[in-house]
Design a binder for this molecule. Structure first.
Ligand SMILES: [Zn+2]
Length: 80
């Protein structure tokens, strides 16, 4: 599911396509027993940039906003 960010927190746009970035979590009704994980994913399905999951929501947001572009590109799925 997509996490609704507090108004004082913003995610920078995707480094590759400039698209909207969304904070995602597995912490939904189906997975209450699991340790919540957060990750950032580009909203453009053709782009698909994902920042690896973290248990710390603040950490993953900071990491996305200060990410080295090259490491994000390494995780990118192949685009046509
Ligand atoms: Zn993108």
């Amino acid at each position: 599911m997509t996490v609704t960010l507090p108004s004082n927190v913003t995610l920078r746009p995707c480094p590759l396509c400039g698209g909207e970035a969304l904070l995602k979590t597995n912490n939904d009704a189906q997975s209450m027993s699991r340790t919540p994980q957060f990750w950032v994913k580009c909203n453009d399905l053709d782009c698909g940039v994902t920042l690896n999951a973290s248990r710390d929501q603040d950490k993953i947001v900071k990491k996305w906003n200060t990410r080295p572009v090259l490491s994000v590109q390494a995780n990118k799925v192949q685009v046509g």
